[in-house]
Design a protein around this ligand. Structure first.
Ligand code: SME
Length: 162
């Protein structure tokens, strides 16, 4: 499978994100740092953002948090809608190589061709997710997925106060 960047570039970014975590940043600062780093350094990650679960709402909804890229009309997403809702409700990473072919897709930008959404677990429960859109089809290969899952894992750990 084609990847968006050479593995050493991905390694470099992984180290940068690990450093932010080790510096003891708050979950909020960590999420902001991740969106900036991924959007600036990974050239095919054209929109990078977090959605966090608002549990006080009945039924719960995903609410847009830190993001980089164009403003999206989808600031609140119910769990039964979109790729975002699918990832949060199943607790599984969803990779869509061609968003036009996925009926679940909620359009954010006409330029988006592919998308990945990775759930964030806190004490075994989905509490949010990291969503990335690309203007390129099939932009998220195996190494990208591993990097993005690592970011989601660190945010989950920080939310658990680890
Ligand atoms: N495409 C997402 C909606 C969020 S925007 O991409 C930022 C979805 O289908 O859930």
């Amino acid at each position: 499978m084609e990847t968006t960047a050479k593995p050493n570039k991905i390694d470099e970014i992984r180290k940068g994100i690990e450093r932010m975590h080790l510096e003891g940043r708050s979950a909020d600062q960590l999420m902001q740092g991740i969106t900036l780093l991924l959007n600036r350094q990974m050239l095919k990650y054209n929109w990078v953002g977090f959605y966090m679960l608002e549990e006080k709402t009945d039924p719960p909804v995903l609410v847009l948090g830190h993001f980089q890229g164009a403003m999206t009309p989808h600031t609140r997403i119910p769990l039964n809608q979109g790729i975002c809702g699918a990832a949060a409700s199943s607790g599984k990473t969803v990779v869509v190589d061609d968003v036009r072919k996925d009926p679940r897709y909620l359009a954010c930008s006409l330029e988006t061709k592919s998308e990945i959404v990775v759930p964030i677990f806190v004490r075994g429960k989905v509490m949010g997710e990291l969503d990335i859109d690309s203007h390129f089809p099939a932009a998220f290969g195996v190494e990208d997925r591993a990097l993005i899952e690592y970011c989601a894992e660190l945010v989950g750990k920080r939310l658990e106060n680890k």
